[in-house]
Design a binder for this molecule. Structure first.
Ligand code: V47
Ligand code: SF4
Length: 375
């Protein structure tokens, strides 16, 4: 690719170091950690969007994915006290909840006649519940919804429930797979730099444990997602370090489906004083993520967290997935202050949202098999 071509693609005068990065991205070459940091620090927003969109369209064209899903949050009782968490409660607190198995089955029954393909189950780390309790829960849900894909439990929940059942991580994951666990969501990753992790979530599973659980899951045939919690006290170098660890693991296992940047939301938690980063920062972050994580097929903008309009704009900044219908079944972000307290979208609304920005809506299942093509 000649410089002239690059200039015609980028339509702007750019610094030599950014031009070198642009050449690499256009030639489908991997960028380095240092180059990732330069993108955050020096890349003008339109430049980042253009490069991220090149990667996005090379992988997916205009295709934009969503699914029909609902969440079950079995409890908000948690042994940990992450500083950014607005959700955690202790046994006996007035607004703590812990659903019985019957209540969970009742939630599943509501979806019997609906074309949902995925249930996303996450919650607090409950001191009294082990792997067999949750394995039994999965089995009961699948009796009601035999075809549902169960994407369940962050690595932090898994770490605790497997140890409580006195099993090794590998045996615990194999056992959960036998119970019906199909994949693992991306939560609990937060930020991998141990210094920052210590300051925002001192007690929970370490970076090494999070990576080990996902690696072992991939090895035993359980795919997973990955997240980052950004926009608090981390630096750009910390974000790139986080993605670099994920990129290395993906090179090894190829077990990650999608990367979901989670924006720190400030209400009702112990980091509220920090405030929130701007939408510009969100778009920059989606774009750099798309450029850096060359071996991740998908980048997701989780609409209940980022909002519908920003999710739409993010589709021009590297994002190709906006998550699903949700049906007002998650409280994590409403408790952390997002405006939409009852997140729900019909699949028609998701289709319209995607079409409004001239992309092609594709209903997918959790593993990105096409369920419905709306082109
Ligand atoms: O790990 C908690 C985050 C995560 C706050 O895999 C917060 O498809 C922002 O992982 N501000 C759980 N974030 C949610 C999660 C997730 C969400 C959507 C899709 C998928 C997927 C996974 O929520 C936690 C933590 O990083 N979180 N509190 C907060 N105040
Ligand atoms: Fe518990 Fe998860 Fe909240 Fe941390 S983020 S306190 S592990 S519910």
């Amino acid at each position: 690719m000649s410089n002239n071509n690059i200039e015609s693609i980028l339509l702007t005068e750019i610094k030599a170091e950014l031009k070198d990065i642009a050449k690499k991205v256009i030639n489908n070459d991997r960028i380095t950690v240092e180059e990732g940091i330069i993108l955050y620090e020096k890349g003008e927003l339109g430049f980042l969007g253009t490069l991220a969109n090149i990667v996005r369209e090379r992988k997916h064209g205009h295709n934009t994915y969503f699914n029909r899903n609902f969440h079950i949050e079995p409890t908000n009782i948690c042994i940990y006290n992450c500083k950014f968490c607005s959700y955690v409660r202790k046994i006996g607190d007035v607004d703590a909840w812990e659903y019985s198995l019957e209540q969970i089955i009742d939630i599943a029954k509501k979806y019997k006649e609906q074309a949902v393909t995925e249930v996303h189950i996450v919650g607090g780390v409950h001191p009294k519940r082990d792997l067999h309790y949750y394995g039994n829960m999965i089995q009961e849900i699948k009796k009601v919804l035999p075809d549902i894909h169960v994407k369940a439990f962050t690595a932090v929940e898994l770490d605790f429930m497997i140890k409580k059942a006195k099993m090794s991580i590998k045996d615990g994951l194999i056992k959960l797979k036998e119970y019906g666990l199909d994949s693992i969501p991306g939560g609990g990753a937060e930020i991998f730099n141990p210094e920052i992790r210590k300051q925002v979530c001192d007690e929970k599973s370490s970076t090494e444990m999070w990576l080990n659980i996902h690696k072992t899951a991939h090895q035993v045939g359980i795919p997973s997602n990955a997240t980052i919690l950004y926009g608090h006290i981390e630096s750009y170098a910390d974000r790139i370090d986080h993605m670099n660890k994920l990129r290395d693991l993906q090179d090894e296992t190829n077990g990650f489906n999608t990367y979901i940047p989670l924006k720190f939301r400030k209400a009702n938690n112990n980091l509220s004083y920090i405030g929130e980063v701007s939408t510009i920062e969100d778009l920059k972050n989606y774009a750099v993520s798309r450029i850096f994580l060359d071996n991740f097929d998908h980048i997701k903008a989780y609409w209940p967290m980022i909002g519908k309009e920003t999710a739409q704009i993010a589709l021009s900044f590297g994002v190709d997935d906006i998550d699903g219908t949700i049906d007002d079944t998650t409280k994590i972000y409403s408790m952390a202050g997002v405006e939409d307290k009852t997140p729900t979208m019909t699949s028609q609304e998701l289709v319209n949202l995607i079409k409004e920005v001239n992309r092609i809506p594709i209903e997918r299942d959790t593993l990105y098999n096409v369920v419905n093509d709306f082109s």
